[in-house]
Design a protein around this ligand. Structure first.
Ligand code: ADP
Ligand code: ADP
Ligand code: MG
Length: 489
């Protein structure tokens, strides 16, 4: 049975997992790199262990260091979070070989699902719809050229081992294909250690719809409904919501059933996410499985009442799923905004630095999953996610309004971040109308408008917090935002 968990991660997700450990009376061990020596996750955990190093490769990606930290601190389980080693089957296997419980699926299913090409092949065998595509083991470019012609342009070249929106290239015509394939192979080799690539038809303006699934070690499977994650920059999500306006109950049931078939086919045994693209004609296509806890898992938790990290612990302990499909219901509407230290006006370049001031306003229905406190460093070495704001309300309209209110009163100072950009997205009539497709940002040319009203409000709120140094939430709640504004200006 899991009793002491080493969290092989950092930032907001490490904090999320440590909180679950506390809630369920498990001991927690944080590991930290050199730049993370004062990080929030280190401070939150019961114990912490220095693994040294700066870059991810020297720290959170070093399998031996991580396993050694678990053994040295007497942890009996490892939670990998997302990113880093979370989908590395070799790490998974080695954790088990060291006599530790890996909180995630078995390494065989992780291996097959971790590869976009191997999982595609498995899906084709199991009659799951995939995006029309092609993979060849030969170096013969002519083969790709003729297949691309039959699929039709535009074509998407993808790295088989890619992730996090990286390793994708759109090709609009035959002239560019050979050159793009060669460049994609080189990029994939340097980013993911493999030059395996494949082609997919580029679906025009789809929605990204994914299903949360879970399987236990006894062959039981369920899904916990969908998340719509179509608002993306660089093929990576920044706003997610559930339920999706694009699904009716029939399509939801069909896609959910298909998602369960996907993980069943792989003999999967923990929680995971099955990603699909949905086109305008409501055709859906399998994209990939994320064999881990997903960044946007909180919106599922908020609308189903299921603690997904607890479910991971229970499954890893060998327990049967505590729910049948019929037991699960979704209520209310939940939205997540990812707040990154990125400059939306400069191609979303990371903006590392020091958080000079940070505060989470206390508003009913708002959940903050954050990895920072005032004074935190945002290192250049890792993914620049700062926090996730999750807002839940009776319906979509109310959830959007509440999200806007919280974002406007959420001071994150010191680094350029995406809060203003998120406000622009949520305020846009097309977002409000539910016209959320993966090209939303591009098509609507979303830009930070430098709305003076908003900027004053956020800055004034922040400086009020900073000046008053108050942690008295009641006092702050009693002061309306505009009053805070006028108190300052
Ligand atoms: P999700 O699908 O859970 O929203 P993302 O695609 O946004 O996940 O990625 C989650 C995290 O994992 C990010 O930090 C991303 O940079 C990282 N990540 C995911 N897959 C890979 C990969 N193959 N290589 C490098 N980083 C990855
Ligand atoms: P990653 O592992 O980086 O998450 P995915 O295959 O899940 O890669 O794709 C990430 C995003 O890229 C999707 O959510 C979608 O916006 C876009 N995308 C992927 N494949 C296609 C496709 N065939 N056509 C159009 N867009 C796609
Ligand atoms: Mg994906």
């Amino acid at each position: 049975m899991i009793s002491k968990v080493l969290i092989a991660n950092r930032g907001e997700i490490a904090c999320r997992i440590i909180k679950a450990c506390k809630k369920y009376n498990l001991k927690s061990v944080a590991i930290y790199s050199e730049p993370d020596k004062d990080a929030k996750h280190k401070q939150l955990a019961d114990e912490s262990y220095s693994i040294g190093g700066n870059s991810a490769a020297e720290s959170y990606l070093d399998i031996n260091k991580v396993i050694n930290a678990a053994l040295e601190t007497g942890a009996n389980a490892v939670h990998p979070g997302y990113g880093f080693l979370s989908e590395n089957p070799e790490f998974n296997r080695k954790v088990r070989e060291a006599g530790l419980i890996f909180i995630g699926p078995n390494p065989e299913s992780m291996k097959i699902l971790g590869s976009k090409t191997a999982s595609r092949e498995l899906m084709i065998k199991n009659n799951i719809p995939v995006v029309p595509g092609f993979k060849s083991n030969s170096d013969d470019l002519n083969e790709y050229i003729s297949v691309a012609k039959s699929i039709g342009y535009p074509i998407l070249i993808k790295a088989a081992d890619g992730g996090g929106g990286k390793g994708m290239r759109v090709v609009h015509n035959e002239e560019m294909l050979a050159e793009s394939i060669n460049a994609a192979r080189r990029e994939s080799l340097s980013a993911f250690g493999s030059e395996e690539i494949f082609l997919e038809k580029y679906i025009k303006s789809p929605r990204h719809i994914e299903f949360q699934v879970a399987g236990d070690k006894h062959g039981n499977y369920i899904h916990l409904f969908e998340r719509e994650c179509s608002i993306q920059r660089r093929h990576q999500k920044i706003i997610e919501e559930t339920p999706s306006v694009a699904l009716d109950s029939e399509l939801r049931a069909t896609m959910g059933k298909t998602a369960v078939e996907v993980v069943k086919a792989a003999g999967y045994d923990n929680i995971g996410t099955v990603e699909f693209l949905l086109d305008d004609d409501k055709n859906f296509y399998f994209l990939e499985v994320n064999a881990r806890l997903q960044v946007e898992h909180p919106i599922t938790e908020e609308t189903t009442g299921v603690d997904l990290v607890k479910l991971q612990f229970d499954i890893a302990n060998g327990m049967k799923l505590p729910y049948n499909q019929e037991d699960l219901k979704q209520s209310k509407h939940s939205i997540e905004c990812r707040i990154y230290a990125e400059d939306s006006e400069n191609n979303f370049m990371p903006s590392p630095g020091k958080i000079t001031f940070y505060n989470e306003p206390n508003i009913v229905g708002a959940r903050f999953d954050s990895g920072i406190i005032s004074g935190s460093l945002v290192p250049i070495y890792y993914d620049p996610i700062l926090s996730k704001l999750i807002v839940t309300d009776e319906n979509r309209e109310k959830a959007i309004e509440k999200m806007l209110e919280v974002l406007k009163n959420y001071p994150v100072l010191g680094v350029v971040n995406t809060i203003e950009f998120l406000i622009e997205c949520l305020n846009h009539p097309e977002f409000k109308a539910g016209n959320t497709k993966t090209d939303f940002i591009e098509k609507n040319n979303i830009k930070v408008s430098k709305n003076p009203e908003f900027i004053n409000l956020a800055l004034a709120t922040a400086s009020y917090f900073e000046k008053s140094q108050t942690k008295n939430v009641e006092q702050l709640e009693n002061i309306g935002s505009w009053e805070i504004c006028s108190a300052k200006y």
